[in-house]
Structures are given as C-alpha cells and as structure tokens.
Write a protein of this length. Structure first.
Length: 291
C-alpha cells in the first residue's frame, strides 16, 4: 500500500506567537512552553524598532501588550527592553522561563531559543504591514537571518526551517525576489468593515476607505494563490469555513496550507479532515493531544 505524501498523516502544529493561551504572546515564556508542549513549529510577527532591530510584536502600537504606549517604530531597542510585556496576561511565569525583564524578544533572541531546543523546528515569520518602514522591513529581516547563518536556497538555519508570510501582496512579491516561492505564504481573510472600525476606532467614512484598501489587498492575495505564485496559502479558519470551494481548489492545485488560528476542537477536526498541512494555534498542547 502506497501513501500519498501530499496528504499529511496529521497537520503540523505551529504555536501562534508561542503558546499564547498560557503566557503573554511573543514572550520567552510563551515560546519555551510551546517547545515543551512539542509544537512542530512556532509563529511570530515582526516589526522594526526605531534603530532597525527586528522585534517580535503583533501590534504597531505598544498599548495592548505592554506598560508602554505609542508606536513601536518610535522606540529604540533599549527603550523596548525596559518595558513590561508579560504582566498584562496576569499569569505567573515559572522561574525556568526567565524573569519578567527577559520576556521581550528580538528575532535573534527567538532563533537562539529554537537552536537550543536540540530538534528540528519550524519558524513562520509574519511581516506586519502597513509598516512605517515599508519594504525595508523585509530587507532587514532577511539581512538579520543571513547574519545568523540562514541559507536562502533551503530556507534553513541549522535545525530551523523558516517560512515567510504576509497579508501584503507587495511584501509577498518582494520576498519572492530573494526567497524560493515554496517557502512563502500569502495570508488571506475576509474583510469585515464593522470589525475594522471597532478594532481601529475609525468613523464610517475612514473605516470604509480602509476596508476598501484591505479588500483590494485580499483580492490580489487570492490572485497570487490562484496563479500559484507562492507555494503556501494561509487562510484564517473562518475563511476556510466560508469558502469551501476555493479552499478545495487551492488544495487540489498543490498549494500547501497553513490555517490560523485554530483552537476549537471542531475546527481542528475540520482541518484534519480536509488534509490541511499546518495548523496555527494558541493551544499547541491541546491540539496535539486531539490529533
């Protein structure tokens, strides 16, 4: 009996910003827990500090996940390291996972943690846009990785297999100039105008204008996947539920799938049933136990 290698025995499990249901996202504790939980890979979001360090933060502003305020891009690395990025979660950090002052991470910090894991591990890097530094973000990330010993041809850095992803079609096309397309993931999601207005605190007109820009990016992202310009498709779990035909067509075309953020048991079962290759979750231990 032969096995179709394109259909995984089980989806690989990537820890979304680390094991972020357990500890504050993007912190040392979250990533160490993800490794301890046996995650096949970890995911991170990257931004640039004022002095061009690649830092692990999702939001463009500091307010939600630290005791600081204002844009990340206006702070130096030293200023960022002095902020508290873990206490907002309200969870005690075990001593083995580092002090509160050690929780903030740069990309090189995360690479060190993954190298020290002593096993093969995946790293999915999401490049956040819009960025005040525009595509300089991508260039700086690749520069840091090369300095660390990354091989663009295989996209490996020692025991770490690295892939790149973004919602921005411009970022994806820019990455394709340097990185083999099979290591690049185009992220897609449906655009909800009321949700955008609420999250960003926008009025009706501004919210509608922003939604139009995002919708255009979504359509271009879908085209990039349709035309097989990248090797990976990255829809959200709601997109998978709402666009079953599109998802099946992309799967049939040979796209590798990375679906986010999959925490609920029924969504894990859906992804496994579809033959999804990678699941990104806040709860890697729970998902691995179910699989």
């Amino acid at each position: 009996m032969t096995t179709d290698e394109s259909v995984p025995a089980r989806p690989l499990v990537y820890a979304h910003r680390g094991a972020s249901a357990a500890f504050a996202e993007h912190t040392r504790a979250a990533y160490l827990r993800a490794l301890a939980d046996g995650a096949d890979g970890v995911e991170c979001d990257v931004q640039l500090s004022r002095d061009q360090h690649v830092v692990l933060l999702h939001d463009a502003n500091l307010d939600r996940t630290s005791d600081g305020t204002g844009p990340v891009a206006e702070r130096t690395i030293d200023e960022l390291r002095r902020l508290d990025f873990s206490s907002w979660k309200g969870v005690r950090i075990p001593e083995a996972y580092g002090a509160r002052s050690e929780q903030f991470l740069t990309l090189p910090d995360l690479l060190d943690l993954l190298r020290e894991s002593g096993r093969d591990i995946g790293l999915a890097i999401e490049l956040k846009h819009p960025s005040p530094y525009q595509l300089k973000l991508e260039d700086r990330v690749l520069e840091v990785l090369r300095t660390e010993g990354w091989d663009p041809r295989t996209s490996r850095l020692g025991n770490i297999s690295i892939t790149f992803m973004s919602f921005s079609p411009d970022a994806v096309r820019h990455l394709c100039k340097t990185v083999p397309s099979k290591y690049i993931c185009q992220l897609v999601d449906d655009i909800n105008v009321s949700e955008i207005r609420e999250v960003w605190g926008l009025g009706p007109l501004t919210g509608g204008a922003v939604a139009n820009v995002l919708r255009a990016a979504q359509l271009e992202g879908e085209r990039i996947i349709n035309d097989c310009e990248v090797g990976m498709a990255g829809p959200g779990i709601e997109y998978v539920r709402e666009h079953a035909r599109t998802v099946q067509r992309w799967l049939d075309s040979g796209r590798r799938f990375r679906v986010w953020t999959v925490d609920a048991e029924n969504d894990v079962a859906l992804c496994q049933g579809l033959g999804i290759h990678e699941i990104t979750t806040n709860k890697p231990a729970h998902v691995l136990a179910q699989l």
